[in-house]
Ligand binder design. Structure first.
Ligand code: TXA
Ligand code: MG
Length: 305
């Protein structure tokens, strides 16, 4: 399987592969025509950068340049794992097509045996956005990838359900201080422990980070966020209007919530509900660790389209 996938990547094809966060849709990060096909299949605007995956932390300096110490510290602590570091790009190793023409690149080492075997055998960087159509719910099983992209992907490597379930935390280390561009699998509290201070989080007003659009990660059904004590009344009132309602309850454990979030949104869509009532993690869990990522994705799924 891996050797066939490597041939496909070298020939400019697309390989979907599992990571600990979500499934990625991979292409050779140094091959402009493969990257153009990747954006086409995904339906993604060409100025919207993708993350480049590598096998080892040492490759941070092979694909990036002027990498600051704080990046090495974070990579040393969290790789392999759900952290993406945005650094300056080496133009000869990462094609401009991967980064929407920017002179920076997001890099990460994923924590999944199949992904690491693929990256190790490939040697270079594999550019991979989440393996869903643009703006939709990310895939956390190989079947989700088939549901979305079958026919347009050359190989799908099945590594079972993703254990983290939400995308990586993205930290931009190209400026005077590191900035969190997207909350995700690594909690901001864990980053702060390492860096010694809480990192600034980019807020929606200053979005320079493409892909952190307000409406994103969205199922077909309309998503409404409700408190747990409001679910029954709201469901009843929607049903009285003739709408089919699905309820996404909050598992008490936020890690479990993250792991199941996208799968449950997809299941409810599959049942054809009109409205999904979702109960976000209650405070303070919505601001800590992976709970912040769950709360963030639910907000975006609920944002008006
Ligand atoms: O967990 C993940 O990060 C998954 C798995 C497959 O690794 N990947 C993923 O990729 O979520 P994608 O393309 O769906 O989201 C990547 C986001 C972009 O939307 C963009 O906001 C940010 O990463 N990004 C990538 N490169 C960037 C750069 N050079 N500057 C700023 N933001 C960047
Ligand atoms: Mg995505």
């Amino acid at each position: 399987m891996i050797s066939h996938a490597i041939e496909v990547l070298r020939a400019g094809g697309l390989v979907a592969f599992p990571t600990e966060t979500v499934y990625g849709l991979g292409a050779d990060a140094a091959n402009p025509s493969a990257l153009r096909r990747l954006f086409e299949v995904k339906g993604r605007p060409v100025d919207h950068p993708v993350i480049v995956h590598v096998a080892r932390a040492a490759q941070l300096d092979e694909l990036g340049r002027d990498v600051p110490d704080v990046a090495h510290v974070l990579a040393g602590a969290f790789w392999p794992g759900p952290l993406t570091l945005v650094v300056r790009r080496r133009a000869d190793r990462v094609a401009a097509e991967a980064t929407g023409g920017r002179d920076t690149v997001g890099i990460r080492v994923p924590d999944h045996p199949h992904a690491l075997a693929l990256l190790d055998a490939f040697g270079g960087g594999i550019a991979a956005p989440s393996a869903n159509r643009f703006g939709r719910v990310s895939p956390t099983t190989a079947q989700h990838v088939r549901d979305d992209l079958d026919g347009d992907v050359d190989v799908i490597i099945d590594g079972g359900p993703c254990v983290v379930g939400v995308e990586s935390t993205i930290v931009d280390v190209t400026g005077a201080e590191p900035v969190v561009l997207r909350v995700g699998g690594i909690g901001e509290d864990h980053l702060a422990e390492l860096v010694g201070t809480r990192l600034r989080r980019l807020t929606t007003g200053e979005i320079a980070a493409p892909g952190t659009l307000a409406a994103h990660y969205a199922p077909d059904a309309r998503v409404e966020l409700v408190r747990v004590d409001q679910v029954d009344a709201r469901a009843e009132s929607l049903r009285a209007q003739g709408l089919a309602v699905g309820v996404l309850d909050a598992p008490a454990d936020v890690g479990e919530y993250a792991r199941l979030l996208y799968q449950r949104l997809r299941e409810l869509d599959g049942r054809g509900v009109d409205v999904i009532l979702a109960v976000p993690p209650p405070p303070p869990a919505d601001r800590q660790g992976i709970g912040a990522a769950v709360a963030d994705r639910l907000r975006r799924a609920a944002a008006a389209r």
